[in-house]
Every structure is written in C-alpha cells, then in structure tokens.
Design a protein around this ligand. Sequence first.
Ligand code: SAH
Length: 394
Amino acid sequence: MNYPKVILKSGKDQSVRRYHPWIFSGAIKKIIGNVNEGDLVMVTDNKDEFLALGHYQIGSIAVRILTFKDKEIDAGFWKDKISKAYNLRKNFGLAENKNNNVYRLVHAEGDGLPGLIIDYYNGTAVLQMHSIGMYLNREAIIEAIKEIYGDNLKAIYDKSESTIPFKSEVEAKNGYIYGSSGESVVLEYGNKFKINWEEGQKTGFFIDQRENRKLVSEYSKDQTVLNVFGYTGGFSVYAMQGGAKSVHSVDSSKKAIDLTNENMELNFEDTSRHEAFAVDAFEFLNDIGNKYDLIILDPPAFAKHHNVLHNALQGYKRLNIKALEQIKSGGLLFTFSCSQVVSKENFRKTVFTAAANTGRNIRILHQLSQPVDHPVNIYHPESEYLKGLVVYVE
Ligand code: SAH
C-alpha cells in the first residue's frame, strides 16, 4: 500500500526500534504525501528505512503505532489482534467463566491497539476510542468483536463522545452501534453489580480493581470497614461478602451512592451491616475517630498532567494522613492512585511522608497493581497506571 510517509529526524528512530508505540511530533523531520487526521501512515528513519505503520493525529503524540511489520491493516489485522486479546482473557479465567462475565477485552497499548478500550459487560461490549484513527476503523473493529463472540454478544455501545479529541472533525456521539440495551447486571467473582454504561463514569465500572477488591474480602472478616471514594460500592460488596462486621461507603456522587445501595440489595438479603453516605471524602475523614479496622482510599486521578503533579501529591498526602492518623491500632489501609503521571515510587514516597507525619509504626504488606486484563506493554511503561499499597498500622 502507498501510505503517506512520516520521516523521523536522525536519532529519533531509537525509541521506535525499541517498540515504543508513540511518535511525538517533535521527532518528525517531514511528512511526504497528503495526510489527514486518523490516516494510516508509514514511519521511516531518515534513511528511508521502514519502521512502523500507525494512525496519524494532530497533537503531541503524532503517530500511534499499530504494527512494526510492513503488513496490511485489513479486516484480518483487527480480527487477529482482538482474538489474541480475547484468548488471553479466556486463558486466565475471565472470559467463558460462569462466575465472571465482566472484564476488559482490549486495554489499548497493553494489547497493541493504542487508542482503543473495549470493556465486556455480560453481553454488551462498550467501546471507548481515544484516537481518530481508531474511530475511523470502527466498522472493522465491530465486525471482529461480533465474529469472536457470536451469540455471546447482544450489543455494542460506543462511548467515545468525551474521549475523541474535541477539536477533531469526526463528531463522535455516544450510542448503540449494534443491538440495543442489554442485561445490565454482571457477575464479578460471583458478586453481582448493576452497571450503567450509558451514564456511569468511564465505561461504567472500575474493572481494574477486581483483584484488589478480592483481597479486601479476604481481610474483612469481623472488621469494621470504611470504603472511601466507593463509586458503586465495588469494595463494599466484597467486604460484606468477606464477613465484615460493618461496612460504610462514602462517595460525593448521590447517583453512585444510590447504585451502591442497589448493588447491596442485589447481593445480600440482609443489608443492615451496610450504610452509605453521599458526602465529600475529605470532610467525612475529618472526624472518624478510631472506629475503623480497614479503610480503603481509591480516589479519582488527582493529576491528569505533569504540571499539576505537585498538587496531586499533596492531595494524596492529606488524604492518607487523615486515614493513617485515625485508623484503629492493628488496622489495614488499602490506599490507591490511578493517576498515570504519579509513578509507583512517587506514590510510595507520598504514603511514606504521610506515615511519618503520624509517627505510627507502619509496615507495607502488599504492593498492588492492575490485573491481567489491563496488561502493561513492557515497551510502553505508561500503560502501568494503577498503584496500591496495603499497610498495617500499629
Ligand atoms: N473504588 C471505586 C472507584 C472509585 S472512582 C470502585 O472500585 O469502583 C472515584 C470516585 O470518587 C467516584 O465515584 C467519584 O464520584 C468519587 N469522588 C470524587 N471526588 C470525591 C470527593 N471529594 N469526595 C468523595 N467522593 C469523591
């Protein structure tokens, strides 16, 4: 095929040769041919040697690479990539499992498909496209998903309205692009959750916390548990399942709290051990005394860009001080950050500073990350974003 050609400056081919999937605009020497946003382009070094094929976009990341081999990007390409992603989920027990029908099918760069997220919710695939190139390939992507799932697919919902660059010419609108509203209750490790992908945050659920929620259930027996930034009560349901004495859920969104209560009803006949509060987390934490044995802090990404990193770290510090100061002696704090720009080291340092502030004896028991359906491409360290620590507080 004859693609427009993106020629890199001398020396700027190094990261591509190490399979990093992004070309920054500053690395480009010149572009030959007429190129529009979303087009497939060929990337070469400054001696015209082939390096990769990818989607072109205006912005700091100019090319998102689809393949480092000179091959056609046709229906077979999409089918192959998405099938490989599906097989990984199947091999690790997430797909075709009667106790689990919610998982991330495609995790962008982590599955070799930069700009594409696909989450599977018991028959409905929710697509979130972050690049114009992916958006323009929707038809081929939909065909591949349909072929892979057959009867196990009832609907495909496109939720790219807020993730496609807003200045672009494609006008993404949220809506069903196949089938219509399907079953909204999913099973995660046998726990039921009602998902609202049309109105909920992200694609509807924070699937990335599955394994960490399970760990909470293992530590919850007879504990008084506080789940802060609970969203729809994921951690709370697992704590209840694990036999907690009481569970309190806190989220500033009234809608999230309503769904938390619904999720409790779905799973437990008697929900009297649970109580949910639609209030600000920082305010709630001002005065909790020492009544909690186990506290979960899973705030939204405080920093989306490097320039606000300092403020974000201050936010994490304040929050962790409040929890570490007040948690019961012998208590466990599960503390997370999902900001991509906050590194594992930075997060740990922040929790360290918060710990030192309290003067308590604190030990790290677990260092948590993201699950197998959110794989980290080793050549793209940026795909690792979820970090967590479980600390024991004397
Ligand atoms: N732990 C959840 C995901 C948390 S997402 C899970 O496992 O599903 C972050 C949540 O924090 C969102 O639901 C958002 O409504 C809530 N939130 C954001 N700012 C908040 C604040 N200041 N106080 C309380 N909740 C807040």
